[in-house]
Design a protein around this ligand. Structure first.
Ligand code: CP
Length: 317
């Protein structure tokens, strides 16, 4: 998808759809929406009359709430679909569920699903826009976009910046989308993980390391991933204590990183596992900034997909 086409795209399934120009267009658009979030009345009429449904088959705090806020700040009507109290609990299939929502006239379905590929399937079943809010271990494109946005708040460009992505790369949809976005904007990416949590083959131009200590002092950004605690039961790490010994970013390790090194994490964090509390809460952490930026970035994505950009272009003609 080129910037020219981005405004006419129907759905956002993953970052690979987006050119560098598209990503930068979304960043610029999010910047203009960030100002809306600072107003006393945090609303613009851009998507008045449109309906967005949040269809979350998996738990979420940040993504679900920021999509809801984003849609409301654009004046869209918002439906929140709770799987536990819906007819999914009576056995209704994913296809019948989304066809039902479409029959009610929704314009966009924001979907989180434990099955990789679910958003793409839905995109083939309905005419409404589909936005992937995280599917299995596959992709989480709006997380990648808000991460790029958060970095571009603090640096002019990602060109030549060195970003270490640390942790469970194998099972991380955040890593898959983030790596693509960082590379597309010219960053150098180094993956740091135990061999059991590193994918056996890597489709991206990245470096790999097996110890966090090996990249300290050479990175502009250390991007930590949440260690899913069940990985220990699966025998993929010896113990949480041993994982923390080698991979936890603590104050001592951060002191060995470059002075300006930024610390990122998509959340939710495991304090005392992949990140020490003093680092999470410290001045180099931009974790809460990432959360805040999620609203403006998701406003930009909704605006792009629901015709906002075409309307803007028409208005400029
Ligand atoms: N980063 C992220 O996706 O967080 P949630 O699971 O809370 O949405």
């Amino acid at each position: 998808m080129t910037a020219e086409r981005a405004g006419r795209a129907r759905s956002l399934i993953d970052v690979h759809q987006l050119s560098q120009e598209d990503i930068l267009w979304l960043v610029e658009t999010a910047r203009s929406f960030e100002e809306v979030s600072r107003r006393a009345v945090k609303k613009v009429p851009a998507l008045r009359g449109r309906t967005v449904v949040n269809l979350f088959y998996e738990a979420s705090t940040r993504t679900r709430m920021s999509f809801e806020l984003a849609a409301k700040r654009l004046s869209a009507d918002v439906l929140n679909f709770a799987v536990g109290t819906s007819s999914v609990s009576k056995g209704e299939s994913l296809k019948d569920t989304v066809l039902t929502l479409q029959a009610m006239g929704v314009d966009a379905v924001v979907v989180r699903h434990p099955m990789s590929g679910a958003p793409e399937l839905i995109d083939g079943w309905i005419d409404a826009s589909v936005i992937n809010a995280g599917d299995g271990i596959h992709a989480h494109p709006t997380q990648a976009l808000l991460d790029v946005y958060s970095l571009l708040q603090r640096m002019d460009s990602l060109e030549g910046k060195r970003i270490a992505v640390v942790g469970d790369i194998l099972h991380s949809r955040v890593a898959r989308s983030g790596i693509q976005a960082f590379i597309r904007l010219g960053a150098e990416v180094v993956l740091v993980a135990p061999p059991t949590l590193m994918p056996p083959s890597l489709p991206w131009r990245v470096e790999t390391r097996y110890r966090l200590d090996d990249v300290l002092g050479e990175c502009d950004v250390i991007y930590l991933l949440r260690l899913q605690l069940e990985r220990q039961k699966q025998g993929l790490i010896p113990s949480l204590k041993e994982y923390a010994r080698v991979y936890q970013l603590n104050a001592e390790r951060l002191a060995r990183a470059g002075e300006g090194t930024l610390v990122m994490h998509p959340g939710p964090i495991n304090r005392g596992v992949e990140i020490a509390a003093e680092v999470a809460d410290g001045p180099r952490s931009i974790i809460l900034g990432q959360v805040a930026n999620g609203v403006a970035v998701r406003m930009a994505v909704l605006f792009m997909l629901l015709g906002g950009r075409e309307a803007e272009d028409a208005g400029n003609e």
